[in-house]
Design a protein around this ligand. Structure first.
Ligand code: ATP
Ligand code: MG
Length: 717
């Protein structure tokens, strides 16, 4: 059995798969067979009877990778896949805590909070304690809590040197109390709690150390400190100096590529690769240098790109495969045209018999998917957004659409239920039940029930919500569709809400894309809210790939790690987008962006498209952009420009531009300052010359039309 398992492996791979039970590091570039070696080693250990399924623990980076590994193993071997501990760090910790909830001090049915839940919990806490959330912004506090947990620090171990940090520490403590009371754990807690349980419970630790004799970890370069500490405990390397643990530690088989470390921004510590060699006295470091995935030109491009990074462990990848075709570069006039290009090429490949599932469209930021999805929708090409949601299914988009639906029709119960308490305004479940009862009793909508004052104790809060919707409806009259969208985002408090969230940046970018979607809709169709809402529902559901249906794969570059496809489109290769604005001025950040680009290029087996757009719609407006430096870092001989130097579109795609914009630099979404009304955002303007009128949303001060010449407005950005 093991002979066929090992067939086709190259000598280094074979050596790695059949290593004796010692700790080892497999350091190798993309597509060199790391994941394959890891899976094959598990199969080899099992099939040669060196260990039973219960003795293996393997960590993957995604749930999908875990599932694939399990499927492959149970196809190869007569084993019950469920006995194998294969999963992500979070998945494995969850499994561990479910088994030992009592020892871990958790309720049996503890619930897991995702990051949005956690943020909401922190906000609730601040409110309950009457803490000023401007002084202690929820986002910052959540970051503080998670950061400490990832360092393994409980409140009593956190250093605090002034009043502010003492308060933070106290809030951390209160937050923990609240979680305990409610029986919930956040992501960081899953890990920390598992770690502490192993650390403090000698019997359990002994049991698991004796059990898991082989621990294997894929994508080791992206583990964080706490994950590494947890591994050390599990493998019997902790506590330090404990003689009992020495000599019987598990064999840890770590597989990684420093060039693909792309989660430093979330605390991943590539230094773990170095520490691992020291802590586990690793004597065997195996390098795999043959790439089996990509054609030569693709590999050469990736190698050349990553060579621009300074901090590397250094390795060189080669392939026996032929050079193949050059990389195809397409410079589009606009993001719409870029999407059109992707659609045309996908159609052609489909005609040539290529399955859609083996084609991936990659982008740096989630919000970029909107334009691509729109083009695919129009071309009726089924697609799936991998590792994320389709644009119109994203939480923030659904919230914004629900407000818009209420503007169009306040008696839309679903929309009302979605946002009556989002952002939180103190309207609880009991109030909603009461409203629903009233509505049922009188056979009316929730809106009418709410208007009739049937809201019990929270009547005032409900009243304010009704007022909010009414005033938005009033203000929206006569506004253009994209302006209506912006008005809703501002007035309903969605922008403020997500600005305060730790991971809110991506959601803000998506909301921004909703304004752009509205602007496009007006251009292509009509300026009508109801029609736009219908369009959004259709696009959300219509061409959704059915389970099992062949579908194009859309995803962020982060989500593509470890995967491979026949053909890959890497889109949006523009300065500011990729490399991302956030990292351009920071050399470390730039190197991480380059590693990310390296991950993207190395996903392709045979065909790689690189595309960029000279203009892109942001905030409902067209912005011009410059080609990404990464394109210059790939040798020109490997690139085939399909249309170099394409002239920008003669007319900007946005209809929001007007004379005023040129003369006064005004634009929708612009921040302004007024001596009397304070800070505001431009929502509309018209007229020209000396007669420009501008409409500004001053938040609590209301939305006002001002004559620009006399307004004493300062334009801020
Ligand atoms: N010895 C081999 N012979 C033929 N194909 C191989 C061999 N080793 C690996 N492959 C194939 O090469 C491709 C890349 O392998 P794999 O995904 O394991 O690489 P990896 O190093 O894990 O890549 P990444 O760094 O992107 O995660 C897969 O299709 C795999 O089946
Ligand atoms: Mg891999």
């Amino acid at each position: 059995m093991s002979a066929t398992l090992l067939e086709g492996l190259n000598p280094e791979q074979l050596a790695a798969v059949t290593l004796p039970p010692v700790s080892a590091l497999i350091l190798a570039g993309a597509g060199s067979g790391k994941t394959r070696v890891l899976t094959t080693r598990i199969a080899w250990l099992l099939s040669t009877g060196q260990i039973g399924p219960h003795g293996v623990l393997a960590v993957t980076f995604t749930n999908k990778a875990a599932k694939e590994m399990l499927t492959r193993l149970s196809a190869q071997l007569p084993i019950n896949a469920r006995t194998l501990w294969i999963g992500t760090f979070h998945g494995l910790c969850n499994r561990f805590l479910r088994l030992h909830w009592r020892d871990a001090g958790l309720p049996e049915a503890f619930q897991i909070m995702d990051s949005a839940d956690q943020q909401a919990a922190v906000k609730r806490l601040l409110k309950a304690l009457n803490v000023d959330d401007e002084k202690y912004p929820p986002r910052e506090l959540t970051y503080y809590i998670n950061g400490n947990k990832e360092e393994g620090l409980r409140p009593d171990a956190v250093a605090a040197h002034d009043d502010y940090s003492r308060m933070q520490r106290q809030l951390y403590e209160e937050y923990e109390r609240q979680c305990r009371r409610e029986g919930v754990v956040d992501f960081a807690e899953l890990l920390l709690r598992s770690y502490e349980l192993l650390r403090d419970n000698a019997a359990l630790r002994g049991h698991y150390q004796a059990r898991f004799r082989h621990i294997l970890i894929d994508e080791f370069q992206d583990t964080n400190r706490l994950q590494y500490q947890w591994l050390k405990l599990l493998a019997g390397k902790e506590p330090e100096g404990s003689a009992a643990a020495e000599g019987q530690s598990a064999a840890v088989f770590a597989v990684g590529d420093d060039d693909q470390s792309i989660y430093a921004f979330r605390g991943a510590n590539v230094g773990n690769m170095h520490d691992f060699q020291r802590d586990f006295r690793v004597e065997t470091v195996i390098r795999l240098e043959q790439n089996y995935r990509s054609h030569g030109n693709i590999l050469d491009a990736a190698n050349a790109l990553i060579a621009h990074n300074r901090s590397r462990l250094g390795k060189n990848l080669w392939t026996e495969a032929p050079p193949g075709e050059p990389l195809r570069v397409y410079e589009a006039a606009s993001d719409f045209e870029e999407a059109g290009f992707v659609v045309d090429e996908v159609k052609q490949m489909r005609r040539d018999g290529q399955s859609l599932a083996d084609i991936a469209v990659l982008y740096r930021s989630n919000a970029q998917s909107r334009v691509l999805e729109h083009a695919l929708f129009q071309a009726a090409i089924p697609y799936r957004v991998y590792g994320g949601l389709r644009f119109f299914e994203r939480q923030e988009i659904k919230h914004a659409l629900a407000y818009l639906r209420l503007l169009a029709n306040p008696e839309d119960d679903n929309a009302l239920l979605r946002v009556i308490n989002f952002p939180a305004r103190g309207i609880g479940n009991r109030t909603l039940e009461l409203l629903q009862e009233t509505a049922r009793g009188t056979g009316t909508s929730l809106w009418l029930a709410a208007c009739s004052g049937g809201a019990g104790r929270s009547a005032a809060a409900v009243g304010r919500f009704i007022q909010l919707i009414e005033s938005m409806r009033h203000e929206a009259e006569g506004l253009r569709l994209p302006e209506k969208v912006l008005l809703v985002l501002e007035r309903a408090g969605l922008l403020d809400h997500y600005r305060a969230e730790k991971e809110g940046q991506e959601r803000l970018e998506n909301l921004d894309q909703l304004i752009s979607a509205a602007a496009t809709f007006v251009q292509e169709n009509q300026d009508d809210l109801t029609a736009f809402l219908a369009h959004a529902s259709l696009e959300a559901g219509e061409h959704e790939a059915r389970p099992g249906e062949d579908a194009l794969q859309l995803m962020t570059v982060h989500a593509a790690k470890g995967l491979e496809f026949h053909a890959v489109f890497l889109t949006g290769l523009e300065e500011g987008l990729f490399p991302h604005d956030n990292s351009r001025d920071d050399p470390k950040g730039l190197e991480e962006e380059r590693r990310l680009a390296y991950v993207a290029l190395t996903r392709a087996r045979r065909r790689l498209y690189l595309s960029l757009a000279q203009s892109r719609m942001l905030h409902g407006q067209t912005r011009l952009s410059v080609a990404s430096r990464f394109l210059d870092e790939i040798p020109a001989a490997l690139l085939k420009w399909l249309n170099r130097g394409y002239a920008p579109a003669a007319k900007p795609a946005s209809t929001l531009r007007s004379n005023a914009e040129q003369e006064h630099g005004l634009r929708i979404g612009q921040q302004v300052e007024h001596p009397k009304f304070g800070g505001g955002v431009v929502v509309a303007f018209d007229g020209h010359g000396n007669n420009v009128n501008v409409q500004v949303n001053f938040g609590v001060q209301g939305v006002k039309w001002l004559a620009l010449a006399q307004s004493r407005l300062t334009l801020l950005n």
